[in-house]
Ligand binder design. Sequence first.
Ligand SMILES: O=C1O[C@H](COP(=O)(O)O)[C@@H](O)[C@H](O)[C@H]1O
Length: 244
Amino acid sequence: MTTEPLIEVHDDAAALATAVAGELLARLADSQSAGRVPAVVLTGGSIADAVHAEVARLGTSGEVDWTRVALWWGDERFVAAGSDDRNAGQARAAFIDALGVPTEHVHEVASSDDVDSAEEAAERYAAALAEHAPEGFEVVMLGVGPDGHVASLFPGFDQLDEQGRAVVAVHDSPKPPPDRVTLTFPALAQTRSTWFLVSGEAKADAVARALSPTSTTPAETPASVPRGRVETTWFLDRPAASRL
Ligand SMILES: O=C1O[C@H](COP(=O)(O)O)[C@@H](O)[C@H](O)[C@H]1O
C-alpha cells in the first residue's frame, strides 16, 4: 500500500537541491546501516544538475560509503557515449567520478556507440536490472517536464501502457534528442521512495495536474502515476508550487 504524496516546498531551486541532496545522503547512510547496498535511480534534466552539484559538495562528509551505492537512470538519451545529451555523462561529471562510486555499480544505459538501436539498449538494461536490482530501488528520483512527462514517458505515447517490460525504447520524443530509453511505470514502481524534483514556474501546471489525479489522466500527465511503496515526496520550489 502506498501513502498519499508528501509535498515539500523550498524557496528556490538552490534550496531545493540542498534539501534533496541532504535527504539522499541521510537515506543512503540509513540503508547502508541496515546492511543494504542502496540502489538509486537518477534523473536527468535541469534540476538534476543542481542536485548532483550538492551531492558532490556534501557527499565527502563520510556519512555515505560510496563504494556501497548502486546508481541507475530512469531514462537515457540514445546518443553517442561522449554526447553532452547523455544523462549519465551529466551525473558522472557532477559527482559520480569525484565521489568514487565503483564502475561496476554505475549502471549506464548502452549508448549508440555500444549497440545499434534504442530497442537493443532497452533489452540490455532490462537484463541488467533483473540481474543486479531484483529487489528494486531505495529511491527513484524523477524530474518533470512542463508537459508532465517523467523519465522519457511522454503524454499520449504508447510506452505509458507498457505493463510487461521494465525498459522500452522511445522514438520521436517531443523533447530532443528524439531517440531514448526509459524505465516503464511497472519498473519505476519497484522502489521504497519516489522523489519528484521540480523547479520553475513553467512546470507549475504539470505539478498541479499531477497532484490532482482525479482531474487528469496518465495519458495527459504521466507524472500523476509513479508512487513509492513506502513514500512519495514532491520536492518543489515556490514557482513550481504556485498553482497548488
Ligand atoms: O529529457 C528529460 O527531461 C526530464 C525533465 O527535464 P528538465 O530539464 O525539464 O528538468 C528529465 O527528468 C529526464 O530525465 C530527461 O531525460
